[in-house]
Design a protein around this ligand. Structure first.
Ligand code: HEC
Length: 154
């Protein structure tokens, strides 16, 4: 009887040990491979958009107006709820979304996304990836948000 008890206990300890090792190994792997560089599921913008570059000089004023829209726009769901206050894609809604929102702090991924690609994605959205469209905003407002978004990877 006693022996069975000890065997069980030993088995429990072994399981616990195996589980903690698995967690230690797997957590960093999944966190790093998902976060940066980050896989992009959104398709490429039409050629006319891809070639566009921002008409703004990204002055401190543009960036600060872009920040206000990103953080607290009320016309539509503000970007911050998904892409997060730090731009890492971990907003309170972002953490539950699959695929996860873009991590704007990852320079390696962000440098592959042109101004025109961002502009198109924000204008039209990408329903398959739960990225909403912001076509209701003026073009200038979208470019200001882009100026701000670019600051996360600098
Ligand atoms: C409801 C959540 C949500 C909100 C709100 C949201 N996004 Fe996204 N966004 C996503 C998801 C999900 C993706 C898809 C990532 C992928 O490609 O796998 C994404 C992708 C992007 C991309 C990457 C495009 C590409 O081609 O890789 C950009 C840029 C972007 N969002 C900008 C914004 C901006 C700016 C706002 C606010 C104006 C915003 N998003 C609001 C969820 C959101």
């Amino acid at each position: 009887m006693k022996l069975v008890y000890y065997k069980k206990k030993l088995l429990n300890i072994c399981n616990w040990f195996a589980l903690s090792i698995a967690c230690c190994v797997m957590t960093p792997v999944s966190v790093f491979s998902q976060d940066c560089p980050q896989p992009r599921n959104i398709k490429s913008a039409p050629e006319t958009y891809l070639k566009m570059t921002s008409p703004l000089k990204s002055s401190p004023n543009d960036i600060s107006e872009g920040r206000d829209l990103y953080m607290e726009m009320t016309e539509s769901l503000a970007c911050v709820h998904c892409h997060g206050p730090k731009g890492d894609g971990k907003g309170e809604l972002g953490i539950d979304i699959e695929p996860p929102p873009r991590n704007f702090t990852c320079a390696e991924t962000m440098k592959t996304i042109s101004d025109g690609q961002m502009f198109w994605v924000m204008k039209s959205g990408s329903p398959n990836q739960l990225m909403p469209g912001y076509g209701g905003l003026a073009d200038e407002a979208l470019w200001k948000i882009i100026s701000f978004v670019r600051t996360f990877a600098k």
